[in-house]
Design a protein around this ligand. Structure first.
Ligand code: FES
Length: 91
């Protein structure tokens, strides 16, 4: 069984912030990917600004404590697979 995990995606609007760097599209890409996989939509959450938008858009995975920076929609399937796959190997 996969442990409870959540993926926080920053899509905060504003000049130079994650929303202006594709954060909103990224959030939608994560939501679509989990829906496609039959994973609960509650695993994807909109994150507040964490002051890392210079590297944005940023994604944080709880409780794995993994950050992804400058994330593009192409990377979404790989991130979801890595953290939310039921076949994930627990470490
Ligand atoms: S707006 Fe995303 S970290 Fe600040």
């Amino acid at each position: 069984m996969t442990a409870f995990r959540q993926i926080f995606v920053c899509a905060t609007p504003g000049e130079g912030r994650c929303g202006a760097k594709g954060g909103e599209e990224l959030l939608e890409a994560f939501r679509s990917e989990v829906e496609r996989r039959g994973v609960s939509s509650s695993t994807i959450l909109r994150n507040a600004c964490t002051r890392r938008h210079e590297e944005g858009p940023v994604v944080f995975v709880f409780p794995d404590d993994v950050w992804y920076t400058r994330v593009t929609p192409d990377e979404v399937p790989r991130i979801v697979e890595r953290h939310l796959s039921p076949f994930r190997v627990e470490s």
